[in-house]
Ligand binder design. Structure first.
Ligand code: PRX
Length: 712
């Protein structure tokens, strides 16, 4: 156990500090205030909102979000807790998400840009899709899904799509029919996609032949073949694969089209061209989509999101926290394959009738100025991205933004903690000192923001996500369920005491795991129907300063956050042990200046297998094949034995400390403490020799490493 003070580590009495209660003393940053100009135009600038959304008004306060939508039938019960913790929001209400994001804007904004698509190749034309055009495309694709694929309301369709406009069109087409979409991040491997198809039992896969990344047309269709094969191994037959073509009339893939299974969308579309499909009026609690996310055990969790609750929450938070006005040009540079893209590229902005920008490729392609040229050319007013992208942009072009004449009013950071220094560059250089910043903390499971300042009302504090958002009541608990006091300098497990409309409904097909992972830890009465008895355990370590602002430290479960992507250690380890000769594997995070964290793998070989370079390479390739490039380890270390507890569990935290050159802490309870020094010597001397020794960690980074895996 360690106590962290100003970046240095001291031994402390283990009796006094529990695992979750790591004391973190970082320097408190000063406030930044929004400009009068921003406040003057903000959607919310009246502090009475805090009272409207105070606990005494819960849950009815969320009527304010629900009322931003167009309902076919109004709800009779705002929150139904009768089957706790499977909350139901806006019960009795009926609506259609596609209608809310498209049709309802036609009367006034038919020819306004809904989506502006920027292809990665700079010489290629930007594509402007008006609300009317979006309406036509969504209807046609819905007609095709219904007519050609025979998918029905309540079934799941899987997409494995990159950042092209066909993706939001397909999502909204599903929403129109009440078909549940499950978009798998395009950068994930075919195998990873196949596992998700099998879990959701989709009979349709929507994909594309290729897309541009780093200037190269990637072969994407080949992943569909792997996905279908993997799904079949798991007992699910994909009947139809719909293949869009990135460049009309060409085929970018080397993988042959399988007759009777694979169809080019442009070839099967003609009978559906111009067809209209009535939006299906869905109950508020009908699932809208599934989004898979990594957790402690190997299998990704299909987070099931509702129609009415989810759409209300993303619309409300887009209006109040993103400060979106219909006349804005809003660019969220996330990928729609992640929850950020679902909520804050597609559903939130389109529901509010604004213009949302989609960019296909890498923000630094072909050079460090690309992102800022896009902002200048399109007159972007809002910019939303992750710290990993901000770090990259700063690294490759610290002075680029000032060369371009764009002016952001509002900027967002999401997905990982942002270092105050990086925050200040974002504010001063990217935002030119003119834009407010919201640091938004939330998760795939949550639908929308949990922690963030209201931009006109709460001052910004670099490195803190700010207070809880309106209608969210967190508390930080230690391992024994005792509350960790704000301003105490102690960290603990951040929980949300109350349900909210954006919370996911369950884990697809696994309600027991839903309860176990998120609610069991702090629930005191499993039969209770009172929401007060069911705090949501976010699996994040956090601390609260005396001003009420939260600082999120990172995951306390076995999840590694690489460039804002959640990767489960068990998924990484299962891939590694698929390599012949590997007996055991452990994945740990190592602090990385650009990606936040990178993955390091430790492996132990089966008896008689000799360690050679080949195995390390095979482990990396297998991880890339099973999960995707983003998961590729920075290093693979072959060790004679893993440090283990007496019950045989690998102590990942000990090897994580070795990888990060931090104190391994108390190892006396290990079954084999003697291996620790051997591993430390081997790994650290190799790193020092190759110049890979990290700089001294900040207090927050050190806390994140110490908290890693502490829930097990
Ligand atoms: O650890 C927290 C971190 O990202 C995790 C959620 O990842 P994911 O489900 O992929 O969703 C990412 C986008 C919503 C959280 O458990 N995280 C997210 N936002 C922040 C953050 N850590 C610190 N600050 C944030 N703003």
């Amino acid at each position: 156990m360690a106590k962290i003070k100003d970046g240095a580590t001291e031994a402390t009495d283990p009796e006094k500090v529990s695992e979750a209660q790591i004391a973190v003393h970082w320097r408190e940053e000063g406030y930044y205030f929004p400009s009068a100009k921003f406040i003057g135009q903000a959607n919310v600038s009246d502090p009475s909102i805090f009272d409207r959304f105070s606990e005494k008004n819960f849950p009815e306060c969320f009527k304010e979000y629900g009322d931003l939508l167009s309902w076919d039938q109004y709800w009779h019960t705002t929150l139904d807790t009768s089957n706790a913790p499977f909350w139901k929001w806006f019960v009795g209400g009926r609506l259609n998400a596609s209608y809310n994001c498209v049709d309802r804007h036609l009367a006034t904004d038919r020819n306004k840009a809904a989506i502006i698509f920027v292809p990665e190749l700079e010489d290629d034309e930007t594509e402007v899709i008006t609300y009317q055009e979006l309406y036509a495309r969504v209807n046609e694709f819905a007609a095709l899904l219904e007519g050609f694929c025979d998918v029905k309301t309540g079934e799941v369709a899987t997409f494995h799509m990159p950042m092209v406009p066909e993706l939001p069109v397909a999502m909204l087409a599903c929403a129109r029919l009440g078909v549940i979409h499950s978009q798998v991040f395009g950068g994930f491997s075919g195998a990873a996609c196949g596992g998700r198809i099998a879990d959701s039992k989709s009979k349709v896969l929507v994909t594309i032949d290729g897309y541009y990344r780093g200037g190269v047309l990637q072969d994407h269709k080949v992943k569909a073949d792997e996905a279908v094969a993997r799904a079949l191994e798991e007992g699910v037959v994909v009947e139809k694969v719909l293949v869009f073509r990135r460049n009309p009339g060409e085929y970018a893939s080397n993988s042959p089209m399988v007759p009777g299974r694979d169809f080019f969308v442009d070839e099967i579309m003609p009978p559906y061209k111009g067809k209209l499909v009535d939006p299906v009026s869905m109950p508020a609690e009908a699932p809208l989509f599934i989004m898979y996310s990594s957790g402690t055990t190997g299998k990704p969790k299909g987070c099931q999101h509702s129609t009415g609750g989810y759409l209300s929450y993303v619309t409300g938070t887009s209006k109040y926290y993103q400060d979106i006005h219909p006349e804005d040009t809003y660019w969220c540079a996330a990928d729609i394959g992640w929850i950020t893209g679902h909520s804050y590229i597609v559903y939130g902005p389109l529901s509010l009738g604004t213009t949302t920008v989609m960019y296909e490729g890498i923000p630094t392609y072909p050079d460090a100025g690309r992102a800022w040229r896009i902002a200048e050319r399109l007159g972007v007013t809002h910019f939303h991205t992750a710290p990993t992208t901000i770090r990259t942009l700063r690294k490759v072009g610290p002075d680029e933004p000032k060369k371009y004449n764009y002016h952001f009013r509002h900027m967002t950071t999401v997905g990982e903690p942002i270092e105050p220094d990086v925050w200040r560059w974002y504010y001063d250089v990217v935002g030119k000192g003119e834009a407010v910043i919201v640091d938004t903390w939330w998760q795939t499971e949550n639908g929308g923001f949990l922690g963030s300042g209201l931009p006109a009302l709460n001052p910004m504090k670099p490195g803190s996500c700010g207070p809880a958002v309106i209608g969210i009541f967190p508390k930080i608990l230690d391992e024994n369920g005792e509350e960790v006091v704000a301003g105490s300098g102690m960290a603990g497990n951040i929980c949300i005491r109350n349900p909210w409309p954006g919370i996911f409904q369950t884990i697809w097909g696994d309600p027991d795991r839903f309860v176990k992972t998120y609610y069991e830890k702090y629930n005191t009465d499993k039969n209770s129907k009172d929401w007060h008895d069911w705090p949501y355990f976010a699996n994040d370590g956090a601390m609260q300063a005396s001003d009420g602002y939260y600082r999120i430290l990172g995951r306390v479960d076995d999840v590694i956050n690489v460039s804002g992507h959640r990767l489960g250690t068990k998924e990484l380890e299962s891939a590694a042990i698929m390599v012949d000769g590997v007996a055991e594997a452990a994945a740990v995070p190592v602090v990385d200046d650009v990606r936040g964290h990178a993955v390091e793998m430790y492996i132990a070989l089966k008896p008689g297998v000799s360690p050679d370079q080949g195995i390390e390479q095979q482990v990396s390739s297998m991880i890339e094949k099973e999960i995707g490039k983003v998961a590729r380890p920075k290093n693979v270390w072959i060790v004679a034995d893993m440090p283990k507890t007496r019950s045989g569990k690998i102590m990942r935290r000990v090897i994580a400390s070795i990888s990060n050159f931090t104190d391994v802490g108390d190892i006396t309870t290990l079954a084999n403490p003697e291996v620790v020094e051997d591993i430390r010597h081997y790994v650290q001397s190799d790193k020092v020799a190759s110049g890979d020794q990290p700089r001294e960690l900040t207090a927050a980074e050190l806390a994140a490493i110490l908290a890693f895996g502490s829930s097990e």
